[in-house]
Design a protein around this ligand. Structure first.
Ligand SMILES: [Zn+2]
Length: 251
């Protein structure tokens, strides 16, 4: 009996060793590297290594960050206004977001989302949002990129807190031209709002968290806010992963 037990544990040990070798061999051909520094990632790391995550210049987690109050003053009455990272004109935050959006690195988004969730929870505990949504892309843009980068950030937060991430609550219809070239006043006065809430009755009285990757003028989030405000008794909060440090209000 004892011999059989020893053999059993030896086999288990061998199999463990073997699977480690096989994994190491697999990683030779399919390496997992940090999108920022290029170093090999530990098994528990994803997208960015811990060293690069720790080096990101983040702001203090605040329910109502003063920088956000300034951006949305007189425009939107968010219940909570979260931001996380300060983005310089060049540097790690801009690089990480560039990898996420243009170099097909969705894991960078999930690494940032996990990190952000941890910071919020350390400061305030679990949020009391009923549902999470992200700024939607048009179907065409999502197809082109392969994913909505904001979903990558929001998914680990939604999983951690068991708060549903609804991808069909708010949708974006295909617009005519890129909105980025128009000023905020032009966009608002044109009366076009590409965002639309599907089934608004379903979300009456809910607390909705809207998440975006970068906030600059706040014009996109304002349009989302206007669309979402049509839901009766809704409570709206926003969260933006990054804000440019040299952000100026453009009107
Ligand atoms: Zn790194």
């Amino acid at each position: 009996m004892m011999l059989a037990g020893e053999l059993g544990s030896l086999k288990f040990w061998d199999m463990q060793k073997m699977s480690q070798y096989l994994l190491a061999l697999f990683r030779l051909f399919y390496p997992r590297n940090c999108a920022q520094c290029g170093w090999d990632l530990y098994q528990h790391e994803d997208g960015l290594c811990m060293r690069c995550l720790h080096a990101l210049p983040h702001s203090v987690a605040m329910l109502n960050h003063p920088q956000m109050r300034k951006v949305f003053f007189g425009r939107c009455s968010w219940e909570e206004q979260w931001i996380f990272l300060k983005m310089e004109k060049s540097g790690p935050v801009r690089d990480a977001l560039h990898s996420l959006k243009y170099r097909h690195c969705p894991h960078v988004g999930s690494a940032l989302g996990k990190w952000w969730a941890l910071k919020i929870e350390q400061q305030y505990g679990r949020p009391n949002w009923d549902v999470m949504i992200t700024v939607p892309l048009t179907n065409e843009k999502k197809r082109k990129r392969g994913y909505n980068q904001c979903d990558c950030i929001a998914e680990p937060m939604s999983e951690r807190w068991n708060i549903p991430l609804e991808k069909e609550l708010l949708i974006k219809r295909k617009g005519n031209k890129s909105q980025t070239l128009k000023s905020r006043i032009m966009r608002n006065s044109s009366g076009e709002n590409p965002f639309e809430v599907l089934d608004p009755q379903r979300w009456e009285g809910k607390h909705i968290l809207l998440l975006d990757d970068v906030v600059t003028t706040g014009a996109t989030l304002e349009q989302c806010y206007q669309a979402l405000s049509q839901i009766r008794n809704v409570r709206l909060s926003m969260a933006a992963l990054a804000i440019p440090v040299h952000n100026r209000l453009v009107i």
